[in-house]
Design a protein around this ligand. Structure first.
Ligand code: ZN
Length: 318
């Protein structure tokens, strides 16, 4: 059985898109590797932040649906996204975030790693986690020095009514490994490799139902090598009694969606063809990119999208 290769990307819902760019590029120093639209709602941006190359496993992406109410984490809606940072940079990050007025939590340890929780401007819970042996391609134009830059996704945290069902699905269907338990958190994922590696799951039979809205995660995408690998995993998902979508062409990757037994929306995303398929790597994210089938509607779509100042200019916080 070929397991998934780790996390491919995580997509969340944000408010004002300029504030989202200001935070992820201006403060976190990630690269906007793709400025596109939600393919099912083309008058809404789809913004992708990643390392310099948009390496699979480094992308955190957003739908700016600022007309939605605040989301609520709970069953079906993950609690937090963790981003990997180089070992020894936690103090740098804490000072940088405080300088810009970001809400920062208490430093802590999880599974032997040093963690700094914080909130993005629209209430999405993030954590920066120091890791070793993780490679990403630094972005020369980042406001963060190359040796301190974010290395991509680390993990996501989710709550379920019944741990055993999600645990069995993670291991027997997706092929992930059970990696240990700390307190009430159970870690599943892959060892090694260059991408985000884990989900951490907590069982809570009394948890509230989550609700999509501003400031919460929409889905977690898992890496598969190619379409054959995707079909293999999709077959196992169907055999486990889950409904999946057909394969959807997202142009930079192919996608299949389904809900894991705990209710969180998962996706299987292929590693290729990647974000450089339609843009020169030197100019990723600088202009609006549409998949070919939306290109005939470009003028109409551009007229509906708010302008974005990029790269952003930031003032220190208060
Ligand atoms: Zn996705």
């Amino acid at each position: 059985m070929r397991p998934v290769l780790g996390i491919h990307h995580i997509t969340a819902i944000c408010g004002n898109p300029q504030e989202n760019v200001d935070f992820y590029v201006g403060i976190l120093g990630m690269r906007l590797v793709k400025r596109s639209v939600n393919q099912d709602d083309p008058f809404t941006y789809h913004l992708f932040y990643a390392d310099a190359m948009g390496t699979p496993g480094t992308a955190l992406t957003f739908f700016p649906w600022d007309y939605l109410p605040r989301g609520r984490v709970g069953i079906g809606v993950p609690l937090e996204v963790a981003l990997a940072i180089p070992e020894g940079t936690l103090a740098y990050w804490e000072e940088r975030l405080r300088h810009y007025g970001v809400t920062v939590g208490e430093r802590t340890h999880r599974f032997g790693e040093r963690v700094l929780p914080c909130l993005d401007p629209h209430g999405l819970s993030l954590a920066l986690v120091e890791v070793t042996n993780r490679e990403a391609v630094p972005w020369d134009e980042s406001p963060v020095p190359p040796e301190k830059q974010i290395l991509g996704l680390h993990s996501a945290r989710m709550v379920v009514y019944d741990l055993s069902r999600t645990a069995h699905f993670m291991t027997a269907t997706l092929g992930c490994i059970y990696l240990g338990t700390e307190g009430e958190w159970h870690r599943y994922g892959v060892n090694g490799g260059g991408s985000g590696r884990f989900v951490e799951v907590r069982e809570d039979p009394g948890a509230v139902l989550g609700r999509y809205g501003v400031g919460v995660v929409h889905h977690i995408a898992w890496r598969v090598t190619d379409e054959a690998h995707q079909e293999e995993v999709q077959r196992r998902v169907i055999a486990a009694g889950r409904h999946t979508t057909r394969v959807i062409d997202r142009f930079w990757f192919k996608s299949v969606y389904f809900r894991e037994p705990g209710g969180v929306l998962f996706e299987l995303a292929t590693d290729g063809p990647g974000f450089a398929v339609d843009e020169d790597v030197a100019h990723l994210g600088e202009s609006l990119v549409l998949p070919p089938w939306l290109e005939p509607r470009r003028a109409e779509i551009e007229a509906h999208l708010p302008p974005l100042a990029y790269p952003p200019i930031l003032e220190p916080g208060h």
